[in-house]
Design a protein around this ligand. Structure first.
Ligand code: DQA
Length: 168
């Protein structure tokens, strides 16, 4: 059982009870089209596949002593079902790249509001330097933070940030 300090947390994390974390698993969730990384617009998203990115994250997680669980889906409902499932397990943190659902999905936002753990939003590309419709994120204001434009390092930075919170 890990207890997080409440100081400096987003309102969502403070409101949701005492932010008591009973599982030591960090969930890495990727949304639509991210299974095509490596093949999909490599000039925007880089040449690594999602499997490459996840393997690199696993190496870092081992170093940090954190357990990871990976999930990717192209279907909004499956992402919601997965989040409902992990809600029951009280995860230690969520790293999420919601892909295009970032900009549209109230349902994804509502599901994430179930969670009291830190949520870090990650984007490979810098969504604020791209088309105006990508500038809006439905989850940025309920996340601990947003890492956008750092390529796959964004996932590493997110994991280090969650590790820092767990360490107190
Ligand atoms: C993305 C940015 C989104 O706008 C886009 O729809 C994606 C990937 C990123 O990682 O840069 O699918 O989330």
């Amino acid at each position: 059982m890990i207890t997080l300090s409440l100081a400096g947390l987003p309102v969502r994390e403070r409101i949701n009870k005492e932010c008591i974390v009973s599982s030591d698993v960090v969930h890495v969730i990727n949304g639509p089209n991210l299974n095509m990384l490596g093949k999909r617009e490599p000039e925007v998203y880089g040449s690594l596949s999602l499997e490459d990115i996840n393997q690199g994250l696993d190496v870092l997680a081992d170093e940090l002593g954190i357990k990871l669980s990976f999930f990717q889906s192209n279907h909004e409902g499956e992402l919601l079902d997965y989040i409902h499932g992990i809600f029951e397990q009280s995860p230690a943190g969520v790293i999420i790249n919601p892909g295009a659902f970032t900009h549209t999905s109230v349902a994804l936002r509502d599901a994430l509001l179930l969670l009291s753990c830190p949520i870090i939003e990650v984007h490979l590309s810098n969504i604020h330097k791209r088309e105006p419709f990508r500038h809006k994120s439905m989850i940025a204001d309920i996340a601990r933070g947003q890492l956008t434009g750092f390529g796959h390092f964004g996932y590493h930075m997110a994991l280090r940030s969650i590790h820092n919170s767990l360490a107190g």
